[in-house]
Write a protein that binds this ligand. Structure first.
Ligand SMILES: Cc1ncc(C[n+]2csc(CCOP(=O)(O)OP(=O)(O)O)c2C)c(N)n1
Ligand SMILES: [Mg+2]
Length: 419
């Protein structure tokens, strides 16, 4: 009975065929609406098979022409360039960390379609709350190379005043909330922010990115439940990349991914191929429309793979095989999208190679500039919290200054290579 009800609802949904799962959850939250059964039957995991939307197969061929989104050439080109930019930035900054120029980096190789194509489906007024591997969304929004560099070198031009680790970007002008290190922080915050957008009657939504590992945090459950009950216009975008550092997804949860949890909370949900630009764009566009028009949350689970190490502090050879990585490397989202662009006669290889050369130069030049900009004055450590710093902090600051003056060779004026 339940299976029938579920499938009927799935098929009856007016959104893309069976792809958007809209359960008849309304009124199920009260006993009076619960259906009666006389059959003693346990509902099992797997009763609800959640499909994965794929519009481009692994070779970049369209699977069903009728489902292809209306993606115009200029936007398609911007998506491709943003993906390449992100990958080039990642490669260069991993190198910079290995050279000792920055302390830490975290790459998004393999996940560029998930972050870039989802950002491409939003409006600039929509708020982005991200985890830390969504630099692609920030690139698409227009974050500048020098902004990336100032943040990573923690210099005086970093709006965080050097108080955060590298990769903790944020930009008010771009509606991109500053990243927090503790996992899951942004999830209830996104529900709250979207609730505010609704109360202010803003024609905007919030997108909240997180990994499947962060979905194990209590904040995930609180955030999704709050968003569902309060009808917050928020897209919860889960990048299910298979790992939370060294912990594979199979050791994190036994349910049907993260998508099944959306259904549990009464949230409209869709699972997509996160390495397929067209599927990501299509699903996020639809999710945005639903979130805005129906004032409700939508959960997207993007199935992808973290091709890079978790961060520059990680070595994946200790917990996964080369063969597994190679299998996923074949599903490279950039290669797949380029194949589709080629089939449309939109792919200009020369122009892309020129763009990549320019980008490499731009990144290197910006890096060289940012690493010479001075770090923030030491007083910044105790500022911005108290009107007048308490006596014990003032005392510690005095001691710290004396220490730095005594050992200046250990406290360079910049965090990169000195001028
Ligand atoms: C509350 C909290 N616990 C643990 C960590 C350490 N930590 C940082 S990233 C990470 C893995 C998160 O995995 P996932 O959410 O899947 O994102 P991914 O790195 O795969 O993109 C962990 C455990 C943290 N930052 N915050
Ligand atoms: Mg993960």
């Amino acid at each position: 009975m339940l299976r029938e009800a579920v499938l009927t609802t799935i098929c009856a949904t007016k959104f893309i065929n069976v792809l958007t799962l809209e359960l008849a959850m309304q009124d199920r939250n009260h006993l009076s609406n619960v259906k009666i059964t006389h059959e003693t039957k346990i509902i099992t995991n797997g009763l609800l098979d959640i499909p994965m939307l794929q519009l481009l197969d692994e070779t970049g061929k369209v699977t069903d022409k009728s489902q292809v989104p209306d993606l115009k050439k200029p936007l398609a080109e911007k998506i491709l360039k943003s993906m390449h930019y992100t990958r080039l930035l990642d490669d260069r900054m991993i190198g910079a960390q290995r050279q000792g120029r920055i302390s830490f980096y975290l790459a998004s190789r393999g996940e560029e379609a998930a972050t870039v194509a989802s950002a491409a489906a939003l409006s600039d007024n929509d708020m982005i709350m991200s985890q830390y591997r969504e630099q692609g969304a920030l690139v698409f929004r227009g974050y500048q190379t020098k902004q990336f560099m100032n943040q990573m070198f923690s210099n005086q031009e970093d709006p965080n005043k050097g108080r955060q680790m590298p990769i903790h970007y944020g930009d008010k002008a771009l509606n991109f909330m500053t990243i927090s290190s503790p996992l899951g922080t942004q999830i209830p915050q996104a529900a709250g922010y979207a609730y505010g957008q609704k109360m202010a009657k803003q024609p905007a939504i919030t997108i909240c990115y997180f990994g499947e590992g962060a979905a194990s945090e209590g904040d995930f459950h609180a955030g999704l439940n709050m968003a569902a009950v309060l009808n917050c216009p928020c897209i919860f975008f889960c990048r299910n990349n298979g790992y939370a550092i060294s912990t594979p997804a199979a050791e994190q949860f036994a349910g049907d991914g993260i998508a099944s949890r959306g259904i549990g909370y009464g949230i409209k949900t869709i699972r997509i191929d996160g390495n397929d630009v067209l599927a990501v764009y299509q699903a996020t566009k639809l999710a945005r429309e639903i979130a805005l028009k129906e004032t409700c949350p939508v959960l997207i689970e993007a199935m992808t793979y973290r091709l890079s190490a978790h961060s520059t502090s990680d070595d994946p050879t200790g917990y996964r095989s080369k063969e597994e990585e190679e299998q996923w490397a074949k599903k490279d989202p950039i290669v797949r999208f380029e194949a589709w662009l080629t089939s449309k006669k939109w792919f200009d290889e020369k122009a892309i190679e020129a763009f990549k050369d320019e980008t490499r130069t731009e990144i290197l030049n910006a890096l060289k500039v940012a690493e010479k900009v001075h770090v923030n004055p030491i007083e910044d450590i105790v500022e911005d919290v108290y009107d007048t710093p308490p006596w014990h902090l003032q005392k510690q600051l005095k001691e710290l200054k004396a220490h730095v003056e005594k050992y200046p060779e250990h406290y360079p004026k910049t965090s990169g290579r000195d001028a």
